[in-house]
Each structure stands twice: as structure tokens, then as C-alpha cells.
Design a protein around this ligand. Structure first.
Ligand SMILES: Nc1nc2c(c(=O)[nH]1)N[C@H]1C(S)=C(S)[C@@H](COP(=O)(O)OP(=O)(O)OC[C@H]3O[C@@H](n4cnc5c(=O)[nH]c(N)nc54)[C@H](O)[C@@H]3O)O[C@H]1N2
Ligand SMILES: Nc1nc2c(c(=O)[nH]1)N[C@H]1C(S)=C(S)[C@@H](COP(=O)(O)OP(=O)(O)OC[C@H]3O[C@@H](n4cnc5c(=O)[nH]c(N)nc54)[C@H](O)[C@@H]3O)O[C@H]1N2
Ligand code: SF4
Ligand SMILES: [Mo]
Length: 715
């Protein structure tokens, strides 16, 4: 990669990593005169190999140069949410914010301050966590209970460290469960196509006919939310047909006999009754998966619901007994260069921790200790508990919030309740690159850099490699990066005697990056030159799994310790427990979260290129159901669910891809710039129609984001 000197009119190519979604494809950013002209895939990137998508091509430049870009700090002058703002200096904004945060801290105590971010995998998340901890509060919200949280908790409770280790490139079989790679992950999609081309086999488990079904050798079509029974039946058959790896089981797993007993309860015939998938197909799936190397590719479709952890536990146990752990073509363990620190490690590092008794107060830690608080995965709060605390003052008051890098009004279930909670706060500060329905409710909004204007590095276990997203151009207006904002706010708090520690000791983003690189041998220079750095690693590490026994715990000690079922189990979907009257009122099953190539959650909703391809929210509905309900293709309807306070407007899309009684829609819709209340967040946003009030997964606290009862109302 050559980088021409920056002189006027010259084109400079900056090797970087697209940060517009968590896939993180290698990118090349073309810069002339301090302005990004183009973003393209990096064909020589060892992980993405040229894979890219339209969001990568147009998204970052679209938001960076958008007319809606926030360029200066703003202070609310009208009523909350009225949209009246006054431009203020950074100093004024931070002083105003620090006065209010300090007043709340003084009156109610540090835990009355709360943060919100998407997760700690992004630097902006770490900035939020370390800011709140420095102020003495253990409370911040992440969106992972609605995303990959059940998978992460299952992995952690099983002592399995195979996150993003799907070695599709070398697999003979891919078992794709609740994952629509076609729309969600172009790297994965390219790898699956190659696997098929070289004669490999694909098994898809999904209620919908997704593009991967077109190349699948076998398609299992369960009733939504019933997959745990398939996983358990697959374990049953694997053991019966001696397709498990005896040596691996004996050496590296704990609790096989107990798992065998549990799986004995799930003969394929019983799984058929529970899931609607023919027993013979479950047996056939095992015979394909059991002749590996096979890799388990999973997604949101079996995550983020009220039985998500146990569902993942079933499949993770299947992966373990099949011996496809850390083998070529299986699921690789996370490989990190020695001495490298990743963000999650920082969150758990004793150097950056609050006293145990303070962390125990994390909202939700009493009920979901493997999710929230000191034993939790990211240690963040249980969001619905936090929102209730804001509204009720119980178990203690929560009165001021800092939000960065999340649009929670749109992305948390129960929009009316989230908005009510945010409106009731004494103080709300948001950092964002543009006004969102969440930032609209703030008292202070500060301008954030975009991914083209800031540096960030991350471990990508999929490579494995260390990837860098680098600042290609200076920030527009007065935008600052998240670290700079958090550090400046912390300094203001310190002068008010309102900080208890400094967990943001890095003077600059570079210093933070150097800290993460540690003595790993990977240098910032290499990362700046190439946009990534690879490092040597070895496979077949079957020792010392991260669990109390040092083995993969088929019988989980961590789950036993919190009094939940230590073996994977099946729980019927919550909707099955509804009474006949409710089922008659809400006769359909709703899936949410269909990914669209044009959008990343609530982002890019104002971008012309995206709106052209996907102008409106859709609801997939089977032709027979559409006929029965007398709705036509293209017609606008409203969706309602039993627990929801509001409803969501969607456009009917008749399709045979969804089962007869199941309707399916996306997420993240709002109408930027419109005069509608909440900029459309109450109108076209599926979370306006949903509840966050449970039932909750007994281990992770996740709510059902799909597989819920619903009805369609004509408008
Ligand atoms: N273009 C685009 N890409 C994205 C994102 C985006 O917003 N836009 N978001 C990124 C993020 S943060 C995430 S979490 C991922 C999510 O991406 P995925 O993990 O692919 O998740 P979904 O598309 O929500 O659902 C995947 C599949 O699960 C199926 N499904 C639904 N219910 C069930 C069930 O009960 N059982 C089974 N077996 N399957 C079920 C759905 O039919 C769907 O085909 O995408 C990432 N990639
Ligand atoms: N019903 C339902 N709800 C869901 C889902 C579902 O399937 N169904 N999916 C869930 C999933 S998987 C996820 S991951 C969540 C996503 O939830 P969110 O993370 O809240 O979603 P985004 O729209 O990505 O919000 C990110 C916001 O931060 C801004 N932003 C982007 N980059 C930066 C940055 O570098 N710094 C700062 N400060 N801001 C930035 C963006 O402009 C955007 O406004 O939604 C969840 N919600
Ligand atoms: S999939 Fe698209 S948005 Fe996500 S990292 Fe790759 S190019 Fe960027
Ligand atoms: Mo997600």
C-alpha cells in the first residue's frame, strides 16, 4: 500500500476498516484536499478479501458530509423535545453538563448517574464505561441484551471462547442457525458461497426461506423460538450414533454424562412435536454436521429472546461434543497476540474497577448476576430494570444520563416508555453525529466525530487480526471523538469535586491505542500503513478453557451457582402460555429485526441512496394469510402486540418466504427531519409496538424480540 504525500489536489489512499457495522470489512479511503472522495473495499485485506456493502461504500461519507451533521454543541432552550436549540461553546456545554451531573450526584449519590452506549467493543463504549466508573457509578446500558448477549453469556458460562471463530473457509459443513448472512454479513456470505462451490454442505435452521436456503442441502424450519429442542435432539442423535468425539469429550469437557441424560429426554420425535421439524430431518442434519469438519454459524434469530441462553447452550454443547472446537474448519478459539488488551478485558481489569459493594448495586445485578454487575459479561445494567428505576426511583433514584453511540428511543422495545423515562430525567446529555429521536430529548447535545475522522483499533477474531479504523480527515466543525468528550467532562467533574477516580488516564486516542497494543509486538505504524496486522497463531489448543473446571462445561458451574438449570434445556415460547382469548385477539407470530443492506439499525435513515432502495418499513406476510386478512401487497397496516403500548405502521409485502402464521419485519425505522412526534419513532418503529417488560431470559435478562404474538390492524 502506498500513500502519496498530502499535497494540494493529490489523492491519498488511507487503508482503514469500515466501522459502519460490526462486520468490519477492510476499506480504502480516498482523500483529496482534506475531504473524503470515496470509500472502497480493500481487496488485499486477509479477512474481508474485498467483501463490502452499500453501507460501506456510501454510509460513512453520507453521514460525515450530511446536511444534518451536528457541527457544534447545542443547549436546549425550548421544552424537552421541542427542537429549540442554542449553539454554545464546548466549554459552556461541558460546564452546564458538569453542573447538572454534579448536582444529581450530590443529591442522590453516584449510582444516580447512568450511561448508555451500544457495547464495549467500540471505543465509544469504553469511553462511556470509564467515565461513569470514574464518577463512581456502576450503571450503564448496552444494547447487547437485544443482540448477541445470550450467545455471549452461554459461551462464558460454558467456558467456550469461540466468538467469531467460524472457519467457514476450511469447513466441509456449515450449520447456519438463525443467521441471515446474505443481508447481515458479506464476508460470511462470500465464504458460504465458496464452501458450496467446493462441494461442502450447508444446513440451515430458520423459519424463513432466506437466501442461504437456496444453496442448502437441508433446511429445518422450526416454529420460532423452539430451536433448543432441535439442538438437544441433535445432541441425542450425535451420542446415539456415536458421532461425537470421544477423545475430545474425555479430555476437554465437563459433565458429559449429565448432558447425555438430559439429551435422552429429547428424542427426535419429541423435538418434532415441539418444533414442527420432521424427526427424520433432525437425524439427517446430524449426519451432515457429524461428518466434519463442521462450523456452527449462528445469529440473532436464536439470540435476544426469553430462552436465548439455553438455546445457545444446546448448540454450544453440540459444538463441544462434536470436537469441532479449535480445529481447522470448525469453530476456532479466540486468538490474541500475547500482551494485547481488548476492550472487554479492560472492563474486567481490577485496575479499572469500582469497589465490589458498589458494583453489586448495578441495576439488575441481584436478579441477573451473569449479566449485570461484577460477575456479568460486560458488567452493564439490565436495561428494563434501569428504565423502571428512572421512572419509579426504585431500588434507588436514577436521574441523569449520558448517551453516546446508541439511539435507544428507536432501538429499545417500548418506545413510549423509553421516551417517558428520558423526559423524566433531571438531565440528559447526548453525543451524536446527527440529531436522533434520542438526542432530541437531551438538554445538551455535543457533536461526535464519524468513523472517517477518528482512530480506533480492535481485535477481529475472525481473521484473526488487529484492525484499525483510522482518521482519514480532520473532524468537521467542532466535532470531537468520544474519548476527548469523556475526558473533558471528567475534568470538569473533578474541578467540582464530583469524581472519585480517573479511569480515563490516556491523554489521547493514540495513547489509548498504544495501551491496548501493549507489548503484543503489533505496532501502530503497521496498523497505520496497512489498516490491519496479522500475527501467528496455532490451532488445537484443547487446554485450559476459561471456566472453573478449566474444561468446556456441558454442565455449567456458573449457571448452577445462580440457581438456574446448569444443563441446556427447552422452554416453550412465552406465547404458548397465553390464554385462548389473547391468542384469538393476536393470532399471528411476529419476527422483528430483518436486516436490510441499506441500513444499520436506525442509521442512514436520511440518506437518499438508502431511501431510494428501501423507502418504507415492510411486513412480510404469506399469501394465504394476506388473503385471509384481506390485505394487499403495498397496503399500509399497523402491527400491535399484547404487551405494547403503541403500534407500528408497515407496508405489506406478500411473500412465500415466511410461514403462514408468521409475519416478519425489520427494525430501526424513523423519519429524520419530519415533523412527526419523535421524528416518526412512534409511527414506523417496531419497538413502539413492543414491550421490554418481560418475560425475561432467566440468565441474561433478554426480552423476546421475536416469536411474539401480534395482530395486523387495517388503516
Ligand atoms: N445490513 C445490515 N447488516 C447488519 C446489521 C444491520 O442493521 N444491517 N446489524 C448487525 C447486527 S448488530 C446484528 S446483531 C446482526 C444480525 O443479523 P443476523 O444474526 O443475521 O440476525 P437477523 O437478521 O435478525 O435474523 C437472522 C435470521 O434469524 C431468523 N429467525 C428468526 N426467528 C428465529 C427462530 O426462532 N429460530 C431460528 N432458527 N431462526 C430465526 C430470521 O428469519 C433471520 O433469517 O446483523 C449485523 N449486520
Ligand atoms: N425490536 C427489535 N429491536 C432491536 C433489534 C431487533 O432485531 N428487534 N436489534 C437489536 C440489535 S441487534 C442492536 S445491535 C441494537 C442497535 O441499537 P443502537 O446501537 O441504539 O442502534 P444504532 O442505530 O446503530 O445507533 C447508533 C447511534 O449512534 C450514532 N453513532 C454511530 N457511530 C457513532 C460513534 O462513533 N460515536 C457516537 N457517539 N455515536 C455514533 C449513530 O448515528 C446512531 O444514532 O438494536 C436492537 N434493537
Ligand atoms: S458489511 Fe458493509 S457496513 Fe459492515 S463493515 Fe462491511 S462494508 Fe461496512
Ligand atoms: Mo446487534
Amino acid at each position: 500500500m502506498t500513500m502519496a504525500a498530502t499535497s494540494s489536489g493529490e489523492l491519498r489512499v488511507v487503508p482503514s476498516t469500515c466501522s459502519e457495522c460490526s462486520v468490519h470489512c477492510g476499506s480504502l479511503v480516498y482523500v483529496r484536499d482534506g475531504v473524503v472522495e470515496d470509500v472502497k473495499p480493500n481487496p488485499s485485506h486477509p479477512l474481508s478479501k474485498g467483501a463490502f456493502c452499500i453501507k460501506g461504500l456510501k454510509g460513512a461519507t453520507g453521514i460525515t458530509y450530511s446536511d444534518r451533521r451536528l457541527l457544534y454543541p447545542l443547549r436546549r432552550v425550548g421544552e424537552r423535545g421541542e427542537g429549540k436549540w442554542q449553539r454554545v461553546s464546548w466549554d459552556e456545554a461541558l460546564d452546564y453538563a458538569a453542573d447538572r451531573f454534579a448536582a444529581v450526584r450530590e443529591k442522590y449519590g453516584p449510582p444516580a448517574l447512568i450511561g448508555a452506549c451500544n457495547n464495549v467493543y467500540f471505543g465509544r463504549g469504553i469511553a462511556v464505561v470509564m467515565l461513569l466508573r470514574s464518577l463512581g457509578s456502576p450503571n450503564w446500558m448496552i444494547n447487547q441484551d437485544l443482540c448477541g448477549g445470550c450467545r455471549a453469556v452461554s459461551l462464558r458460562a460454558s467456558g467456550l471462547d469461540i466468538t467469531r471463530g467460524e472457519d467457514i473457509d476450511n469447513a466441509r459443513c456449515a450449520l447456519v442457525v438463525g443467521r441471515n448472512s446474505y443481508d447481515a454479513d458479506p464476508i460470511e456470505w462470500m465464504a458460504l458461497k465458496k464452501l458450496k462451490k467446493r462441494g461442502g454442505q450447508i444446513v440451515v435452521i430458520d423459519p424463513k426461506r432466506i437466501p442461504a436456503v437456496g444453496m442448502a442441502d437441508l433446511w429445518l424450519r422450526p416454529k420460532p423460538g423452539t430451536d433448543a429442542a432441535i439442538g438437544l435432539a441433535m445432541i441425542h442423535v450425535t451420542i446415539e450414533e456415536h458421532l461425537y468425539d470421544r477423545e475430545f469429550v474425555a479430555r476437554s469437557t465437563h459433565g458429559f454424562d449429565k448432558l447425555r441424560e438430559r439429551a435422552a429426554e429429547f428424542a427426535p420425535q419429541r423435538a418434532e412435536e415441539l418444533t414442527g421439524v420432521p424427526a427424520a430431518d433432525i437425524v439427517a442434519a446430524v449426519r451432515i454436521y457429524g461428518h466434519g469438519p463442521s462450523t456452527f454459524v449462528s445469529g440473532h434469530g436464536i439470540d435476544a429472546f426469553s430462552a436465548g441462553v439455553q438455546t445457545f447452550r444446546a448448540f454450544h454443547c453440540l459444538v463441544a461434543i462434536s470436537g469441532n472446537v479449535d480445529r481447522r474448519g470448525g469453530n476456532r478459539r479466540v486468538k490474541k497476540p500475547g500482551g494485547f488488551r481488548d476492550n472487554l478485558q479492560l472492563v474486567h481489569d481490577p485496575k479499572f474497577r469500582l469497589p465490589r459493594q458498589v458494583e453489586e448495586q448495578t441495576l439488575g445485578a441481584d436478579r441477573f448476576p451473569l449479566w449485570a454487575g461484577p460477575r456479568g459479561w460486560q458488567t452493564a445494567c439490565h436495561n428494563p430494570t434501569a428504565i423502571d428505576a428512572i421512572l419509579t426511583g426504585k431500588p434507588y433514584p436514577v436521574r441523569a444520563m449520558y448517551v453516546s453511540g446508541a439511539n435507544i428511543v428507536v432501538t429499545y422495545p417500548n418506545t413510549p416508555k423509553t421516551v417517558e423515562a428520558l423526559r423524566s430525567l433531571d438531565f440528559l446529555m447526548a453525543a451524536s453525529d446527527a440529531m436522533t429521536p434520542t438526542a432530541e430529548l437531551a438538554d445538551i447535545v455535543v457533536p461526535k466525530t464519524t468513523a472517517l475522522e477518528e482512530d480506533e483499533i480492535r481485535l477481529q477474531p475472525g481473521g484473526p487480526l488487529i484492525a484499525m479504523t483510522q482518521a482519514a480527515v480532520p473532524p468537521r466543525g467542532e466535532a470531537r471523538n468520544d474519548f476527548a468528550i469523556a475526558r473533558a467532562l471528567l475534568a470538569k467533574m473533578r474541578t467540582r469535586g464530583a469524581a472519585s477516580a480517573d479511569f480515563l488516564p490516556w491523554q489521547s486516542q493514540d495513547e489509548f491505542i498504544e495501551y491496548l497494543l501493549g507489548d503484543s509486538g503489533v505496532t501502530l505504524q503497521t496498523l497505520r500503513r496497512d489498516g490491519y496486522a496479522v500475527y501467528p497463531y496455532a490451532l488445537e489448543n484443547f487446554d485450559k478453557f476459561p471456566s472453573p473446571t478449566g474444561k468446556i462445561e456441558l454442565f455449567s458451574q456458573a449457571i448452577a451457582a445462580i440457581g438456574a438449570d446448569p444443563l441446556p434445556n427447552f422452554a416453550a415460547p412465552a406465547r404458548d402460555g397465553a390464554d385462548a382469548e389473547l391468542k384469538a385477539k393476536f393470532p399471528l407470530t411476529l419476527l422483528t429485526g430483518d436486516r436490510e443492506k441499506t441500513y444499520h439499525h436506525s442509521r442512514f435513515r436520511d440518506q437518499p441512496w438508502a431511501k431510494k432502495i428501501s423507502p418504507d418499513p415492510r411486513l412480510l406476510i404469506h399469501p394465504a394469510t394476506a388473503r385471509a386478512l384481506a390485505v394487499a401487497d403495498g397496503q399500509w397496516v399497523r402491527i400491535e402486540t399484547p404487551g405494547g403500548r403503541g403500534s407500528c405502521k408497515v407496508k405489506i409485502r406478500i411473500s412465500e418466504n415466511t410461514p403462514e402464521d408468521v409475519v416478519s419485519t425489520g427494525m430501526g425505522w424513523w423519519r429524520p427531519g419530519s415533523m412527526m412526534p419523535g421524528s416518526g419513532a412512534f409511527d414506523v418503529n417496531i419497538n413502539a409496538a413492543m414491550t421490554y417488560d418481560g418475560p425475561w431470559d432467566p440468565i441474561s435478562g433478554s426480552v423476546d424480540s421475536r416469536g411474539i404474538l401480534c395482530r395486523i390492524v387495517a388503516i
